[in-house]
Design a protein around this ligand. Sequence first.
Ligand code: SF4
Length: 256
Amino acid sequence: MKCVAGYIQRKSMLYVTGVEYGDYTMNHVLGCAHGCKYPCYAYLMKKRFGQVTSYEDWLKPYLVGNTLELLDKEIPRLKDRIQSVQLCFTTDPFMYQYDEVCKMSLAAIRKLNDCGVKCTVLTKGLLPVELAGLSKANEYGITLVSIDETYRERMEPNAATIKDRLAALKVLHDCGRNTWVSVEPYPTPNLIEQDIDVILNSISFVDKIIFGRTNYSKEVSGYEDNKAFYNACANQVIEFCNEHGIAYHIKEGTQT
Ligand code: SF4
């Protein structure tokens, strides 16, 4: 297990988000040890606004120490307006090997659920089995853009392995919980040659699949056939989901 770099205090925790799933979000960590090289949008934004100085700085997570106190204050005011809280938008709630982060995320989800607020979780770490004991309304997701472990190591250097990530998700599915997979940012063939059907077959047990293109990479925008490629992949995702009775969502701008 690894320790967070330190604790910080914030003035607020729950805020409205513009993402296509989850109307509210919470980010109770500054930084993310997973260090994705897609590149990570959250890192780019935090760097632009001066909250982190470098990639190395981003890899050292600071936990918001007053997270639960803030939730105690904000939940009563907001609970009737919230459809679901997404954990997280600018960090990872189950950061691999960061026990303090995982414990805080579990406590936060428990607190939100106790007040009738649903949570939608997305991680590149390991979803803990304790989530199976929380609200049945919650949705638990992992990101999976390749099943090639060499690509995972290159692009998500400090995240959990694909095998372990999938196994943790399957445990929650087998416990009767809602599970989903974010296949985003999906790489173009100049980054990795792979068959999307192999990925889809590995997640055929989930309730929902979200598919989205890579947006912030020069390599992808420089890939000449990227529009045709993403259109074809999106069609494969839709066909697969229809065949298997899986809900799906194709992210904006992926199909053109
Ligand atoms: S897991 Fe998410 S927040 Fe963390 S580095 Fe990767 S893309 Fe960024």
